[in-house]
Design a protein around this ligand. Structure first.
Ligand SMILES: Nc1nc2c(c(=O)[nH]1)N(C=O)[C@@H](CNc1ccc(C(=O)N[C@@H](CCC(=O)O)C(=O)O)cc1)CN2
Ligand SMILES: Nc1ncnc2c1ncn2[C@@H]1O[C@H](COP(=O)(O)OP(=O)(O)OP(=O)(O)O)[C@@H](O)[C@H]1O
Length: 182
């Protein structure tokens, strides 16, 4: 089986090569499914990442959350620690040190127990909720003592399970996928 590093490379390449129209179509289907879940509907606060161009675009998710008067929280990494900061549509975002991911300037961390739903990013997801991210281990550490709901959105190209999980790998509660016809 390929190691995680190989999978990261393969997945990044695959995702970068997606046809933007097909990707946008698939994203729309994933959003629709997400907004129908009870985790979404029950959540008063939703924690997200600012997506990179090859990831599932998270902006429409933020917009929908604001429309439903949910609190949107965005991740930030300081000194190797990830935390979440409340943002609104006008909060200025700047690129941190990591891959040019946008982050809020504020370091005002929201307590973990105030987060109802976290949308967990990743490059690959198994149906069982195992994931491969960028390799920082941020979400493995975050999810370890997190009590709220966790959901990942997986494009068809992100679905695979051909790796050996590490002992510290955490699973997400739910991986949302698109119904595909073979
Ligand atoms: N959009 C998005 N935001 C996210 C994540 C994600 O997957 N997607 N993350 C999911 O966990 C966290 C960031 N994950 C990271 C994982 C590793 C490195 C990292 O190793 N950076 C190195 C090398 C950078 C490079 O090669 O360019 C460094 O900073 O030195 C950075 C961020 C939080 N924010
Ligand atoms: N609970 C933990 N405590 C300490 N270190 C951890 C823990 N979980 C993961 N790590 C460290 O994080 C590193 C990266 O883990 P992994 O390769 O699973 O990252 P990832 O899930 O792809 O990344 P991310 O969660 O940032 O998206 C591992 O090498 C491991 O040392």
């Amino acid at each position: 089986m390929p190691d995680k590093k190989t999978i990261r490379k393969e997945q990044t390449k695959k995702l970068r090569a997606l046809d933007p129209i097909v990707k946008a179509d698939n994203e729309k289907a994933l959003y629709a499914k997400l907004f129908q879940t009870s985790s979404w509907q029950k959540a008063q606060s939703v924690a997200v990442t600012a997506s990179l161009p090859f990831e599932v675009n998270t902006r429409p998710i933020m917009e929908q959350a604001w429309q439903e008067e949910k609190t949107v929280l965005l991740d930030k990494i300081v000194d190797g620690q990830m935390f979440f900061v409340e943002i609104d549509a006008n909060t200025p975002l700047t690129t941190g040190d990591s891959f040019g991911i946008l982050e809020p300037e504020s370091n005002h961390a929201v307590a973990k127990d105030q987060i109802d739903l976290v949308l967990v990013p990743g490059l690959a997801f198994s149906d069982a909720g195992l994931r491969i991210g960028f390799g920082g281990g941020y979400y493995d550490r975050f999810l370890q003592d997190y009590q709220g709901a966790s959901v990942s959105l997986a494009l068809p190209e992100q679905r695979r399970a051909d790796w050996v999980p590490d002992q510290f790998d955490q699973v997400v509660d739910q991986v949302i996928t698109i119904d595909e016809v073979d």
